[in-house]
Design a protein around this ligand. Structure first.
Ligand code: SAM
Ligand code: DTB
Ligand code: SF4
Length: 345
């Protein structure tokens, strides 16, 4: 019988598409075509590549738990087509005033007690006023003093506002590109892509870490998804945190009737975020209730290593904390918090 090794010459001179991507991207920049080629890889090859990148960059394999709190809900003047908090859409969301400091701190204590390591405060503003910044800085100081990582998402920021937040102890600012520049125009008209890029550069200038991702499943094409991931990966440096939201279609918003995207395409998107932004925390964000356990498990395999934790996102639901703990335990995944505790012992 012929030895397989003699019949099948190792094709060392032929580079796979995946090898080409790795080489080209030693330069650190991604073209849309390269990312589209990743989307076209056989599913198992893509996941295997993503898992290798993941293990190299996160040998602990831990999952970060981030808790969200809506500190100011609804009544937003913007027209983001996906958002239940836009005042112009008739949704069930009731607008509220900015929360009181003590209530925010109580929620942060509860998040910490439940095992969360990051606390993210979200406000439905186009941009904060300076008097809002004063109130939010007090919240940041209080949350930070509890020993939690702090994150805020308050809309567009000027550089002096970003500096004030950083000085108060804000670790991360979340501001999403949301989608590709061309698809963006069909989703939001009240602010431009460049406004978002400007806020991100103000956040960087103030010395904070960037949390920036977006939403998939809004009806964008695969090419547009690739263009969106290329924009994120080509930010210099790329974001430390990358939330990938699956659209939650909310009644009353223009995207209420959007058909869910193919779950395998969602897993591919996560894998490509991992490959193109190797050391970022890739967060499985909105839409986890709809994804179910099996798809989430595939997302963890593809390199997701952060989730929003707690039964509420901003205005929509999220899996129960207990359900998430059970899922992570079943998959044998440690949390970032438990890894820290092991180090301390
Ligand atoms: N108002 C601020 C802003 O837009 O920058 C901060 C809060 S806003 C709700 C934060 C992000 O939540 C959005 O950029 C979007 O990615 C995500 N989001 C909002 N509604 C969503 C939905 N229905 N499904 C999935 N993600 C959503
Ligand atoms: C992000 O990218 N996703 C979070 C966080 N950043 C602020 C928000 C998801 C919101 C989902 C819709 C809602 O609950 O209102
Ligand atoms: Fe307002 Fe943010 Fe919702 Fe857009 S995503 S409508 S800016 S709260």
């Amino acid at each position: 019988m012929l030895d397989a090794q003699t019949t099948e010459k190792p094709l060392t001179h032929v580079k796979s598409k995946a090898d080409l991507h790795r080489e080209v991207n030693a330069s650190g920049s991604w073209t849309v075509a390269q990312i589209e080629a990743l989307f076209h890889l056989p599913f198992n090859d893509l996941l295997s590549q993503a898992q290798t990148v993941h293990r190299t960059n996160f040998p602990e394999g831990d999952v970060e738990l981030a808790t969200l709190l809506s500190i100011k809900t609804g009544g937003c003047p913007e027209d983001c087509s996906y958002c239940p908090q836009a005042a112009r859409y008739d949704t069930d969301v009731q607008a509220t005033k900015l929360m009181e400091l003590d209530d925010v701190l109580e929620a942060a204590r509860a998040a910490k007690a439940a095992g969360s390591n990051r606390f993210c405060m979200g406000a439905a503003w186009r941009e904060p006023k300076d008097r809002d910044i004063e109130k939010v800085t007090a919240m940041i100081k209080g949350v930070k003093a509890l020993g939690l990582e702090t994150c805020a998402t308050l809309g567009m920021l000027e550089v002096d506002q970003a500096v004030a937040l950083q000085e108060a102890g804000l670790d991360f600012y979340n501001h999403n590109l949301d989608t590709s520049e061309d698809f963006y125009r069909s989703v939001i008209s009240t602010r431009g892509y460049q406004d978002r890029l400007d806020t991100l550069s103000n956040v960087r200038a103030a010395g904070m870490s960037v949390c920036c991702g977006g939403i998939v499943g809004m009806g964008e094409s695969r090419e547009q998804r690739a263009a969106f991931l290329a924009r994120l990966a080509n930010l210099s440096p790329y974001p430390e945190s990358v939330p990938i939201n699956h659209l939650v279609p909310v009644a009353g918003t223009p995207l209420a009737d959007q058909k869910p995207m193919d779950p395998l395409e969602f897993v591919r998107t996560i894998a490509i975020a991992r490959i193109t932004m190797p050391s970022a925390r890739v967060r499985l964000s909105a839409g986890r209730q709809e994804l179910g356990r099996a798809v989430q498990a595939m997302c963890f395999l593809a390199g997701a290593n952060s989730i929003f934790y707690g039964e509420q996102l901003l205005t929509t639901g999220n899996p129960e904390a207990e359900e998430d703990r059970a899922l992570l335990a079943e998959l044998g995944l440690k949390t970032k918090q438990s890894c820290k505790a092991e180090v301390l012992i």
